[in-house]
Design a protein around this ligand. Structure first.
Ligand code: IVH
Length: 667
């Protein structure tokens, strides 16, 4: 091996180890910066020496191969499911039956049942060869490119004691914190929310663009090894050994010697699991010895050596009073169930989300139905079923999804491949028009001091029919309207004048282009620097921007293709709004905080929270809402939340005050 090859190899090994320390052990030993520097060094070497290419190199985490459809692959061992039960009696029966069938001492391994989407990873010569979804159990989708972006999945195993070939199965999960972040982002962009982390994880894994998958921070917990030459004779020992190869094996797995041990585990985790960073919905019990597993064998659907005990989700019964359909500013229709108020895990539930037409149809809902409402980790409670037996002869009408916009009567459309319906009457639907104006003036957009009633007022008076009309308001015209006194009219006009200094990225967000939330607007603004460039850019150039996918790109292109939108932008420009990133903030951008993750907590005296957030982003850092193993610093003001403080101390995250932060930036 020559010098270059040796260097490449040692960098790969080193990065693999640091990756493991960070993503599996949550105990990094070098800074993100050092990691990135070494990764860059390796990338450069690989670029200049393509002869040493390796698809499992740490530089290959973010795949860029756009495959249209996934290839289907046969499972070497079928992916079976487990017998499920909610009853402790059935757990007892499982234990007693196992004892009877084996007729010798045995151990049960208890572990958590993770609520994500299952995956099978195939390793050959210590390298990740393939990642396959469950599919129909016999064949699944090859999602290797996507799974490679999950940092806790080793591409190259550590050590050398692993078998030549084996499979390891587990669950792909989207941690709660990521789920919340993702849904917040989707809400901002008026996209349909994910109902739970399981759907979000499954949906993400089927994304066509691995870069999108990489941005969502999935995790993988592994719990089942298969192969012809496994290192040990028990399930438990195999998993412990797999951990030393670099896999993330949950450390809450326990060997049980008695039924009492099993029930202690169930009772403990029913409560304790709520503190975990990922969703769980039960406990899986497995016979430990592989020889005993073989003796017990399988039924057609599931192994006789294992059972899943599911925790009871918190659920209530109540009546469905009606279903209403709301139209958002982008025309998206959201069906909402109005319920007879009912108490569910400590809060009164009056409304439940129905998500879309398919869900309503699937439930076969009728008004007046008694429905089951559950809050199984979902943010908004959902209707999980109907008590059809309780339906009286006076059964209400079937709930049908509306075919026309409840506001303007226009026929709704459902774009191909989407689950949501939209009102396409963008220029004629009053609710959408008013919604767009409300969005434009909102605090995070143009921050113009007017509430929904004022928008309504000005719209009804015929003064403001679109966002550009706002800037035609004058004092004499305002005073001609009832309800407007000189003082309040002047306040509004002043605030409109002030909005002309609002930076370009916020103007772009304020336009209300579908799927362009604050983050996307910022990215676009800095990538294209002014509105002219944005208007003339093609699909391809949008997709080259980091984290901008085809869906967003298409939406932006079609927005600018619309003549009426261009006319409004021309008017806004003429009124003096910022239509380009200003020089100062372009040059003020730096990489000083590159790759660092901050959490801001408490109140500050020198700048506002939003200003600190902007500063962090301007210098290449990122902000998160909650403290995790990935947090680099907490920027703490006065009255920092005690929970955050405790978590930060536990995770050993650096806490800095505002002076220290400003010092970091050299200010
Ligand atoms: S073992 C043949 N262990 O639950 C048994 N499964 O209904 C293989 N799951 O498909 C599965 N946590 O997706 C096993 N600790 C755990 C699990 C687990 C979650 C999922 C998995 C499986 C399903 C069984």
């Amino acid at each position: 091996m020559n010098e270059i090859e040796t260097k490449i190899k040692s960098l790969r090994e080193e990065l693999t180890r640091h990756n493991y320390n960070y993503y599996v052990l949550a105990a990094p030993v070098i800074s993100d910066r050092e990691f990135d520097d070494r990764l860059k060094e390796l990338e450069q070497l690989e670029n200049t020496h393509p002869e040493y290419d390796d698809p499992c190199s740490p530089t290959r985490r973010v795949g860029s191969d756009l495959s249209k459809e996934f290839e289907q692959v046969e499972h070497a061992y079928p992916m079976l499911s487990l017998g499920n039960t909610y009853s402790e009696d059935e757990v007892r029966e499982f234990y007693d039956r196992t004892a009877r069938l084996l007729n010798e001492p045995f151990e049960i391994v208890a572990e958590l049942k993770y609520d994500g989407t299952s995956i099978s990873l195939i390793y050959e010569q210590g390298r990740l060869k393939r990642a396959i979804t469950r599919g129909d159990g016999a064949r699944g989708d090859d999602v290797t490119a996507n799974v490679k972006t999950i940092r806790s999945v080793p591409l190259q195993l550590m050590g050398s004691a692993y078998p030549d070939t084996f499979e390891i199965r587990g669950e792909i999960l989207l941690p709660w914190a990521e789920f919340d972040r993702l849904n917040k982002e989707r809400e901002e962009q008026e996209e349909p929310l994910f109902a739970n982390p399981r759907n979000a994880a499954a949906g993400t894994l089927k994304q066509q663009n691995p870069a999108v998958v990489a941005s969502r921070k999935l995790d993988a917990y592994l719990y089942y090894m298969l192969g012809e030459s496994l290192p040990a004779g028990t399930h438990y020992d195999n998993l412990q050994i797999a951990r030393t190869w670099g896999f993330k094996i949950p450390d809450v797995i326990r060997k049980c010697h008695t039924q009492g041990d099993v029930f202690d585990y169930l009772a403990y985790w029913d409560a304790e699991r709520k503190k975990l960073p990922v969703a769980t919905d039960g406990v899986v019990l497995k016979v430990n010895s592989l020889r005993q597993q073989r003796n017990l064998g399988f039924t057609a659907k599931s192994p006789r050596w294992a059972i899943a005990y599911k925790f009871q989700a918190e659920r209530a019964v109540t009546r469905l009073l009606s279903v209403t359909f709301q139209i958002g500013r982008t025309g998206a229709v959201t069906p909402v169930a109005n319920l007879e108020p009912v108490l569910l895990s400590g809060t009164t539930v009056k409304r439940a989300s129905l998500h879309n037409a398919d869900i309503i149809k699937g439930l076969d809902l009728h008004t007046g139905d008694y429905v089951y409402v559950e809050k199984g980790g979902e943010i908004i409670p959902k209707i999980v079923g109907v008590d059809t037996a309780a339906r009286s002869i006076l059964m209400g009408d079937e709930v049908r999804f509306i075919t026309n916009c409840p506001e303007c009567g226009y026929p709704l459309v459902r774009p191909e491949g989407e689950s949501a319906h939209y009102c396409p009457n963008e220029s004629g639907c009053h609710t959408q028009i008013k919604g767009r104006i409300e969005h434009f003036v909102s605090r995070r957009a143009m921050d113009i001091r007017m509430g929904p009633e004022t928008v309504e007022d000005l719209y009804n008076a015929g003064y403001v029919n679109n966002i550009a009309d706002l800037y035609t308001l004058t004092l004499p015209r305002m005073l001609r309207l009832e309800r407007w006194a000189e003082k309040s009219a002047q306040t509004l006009l002043k605030s409109l004048e002030e909005s002309k200094t609002v930076p370009f990225e916020r103007v772009l967000f304020a336009l209300g282009i579908r799927y362009v939330g604050e983050t996307v607007a910022k990215r676009l603004a800095y990538a294209f620097t002014d509105i002219g460039q944005l208007q003339d850019a093609g699909l391809e150039s949008f997709m080259q921007v980091n984290e901008i996918g085809e869906r967003i790109a298409k939406s932006v292109v079609s927005y600018f293709a619309e003549e009426s939108n261009r006319a409004i932008i021309d008017r806004l420009k003429a009124y003096g709004l910022q239509m380009a990133v200003d020089e100062a903030s372009l040059t003020a951008r730096s990489e000083k905080l590159n790759g660092l993750l901050f959490v801001i907590s408490g109140t500050f005296s020198r700048h506002s929270r939003d200003e600190y957030k902007a500063m962090i982003e301007q210098h290449g850092g990122k902000c998160a809402g909650s403290v995790s193993g990935k947090t680099d610093y907490i920027l703490a003001g006065d009255n920092m939340g005690p929970a955050k403080l405790e978590k930060a101390t536990k995770l050993n995250v650096g806490i800095i005050n505002e002076d220290e932060f400003l010092n970091m930036l050299g200010e």
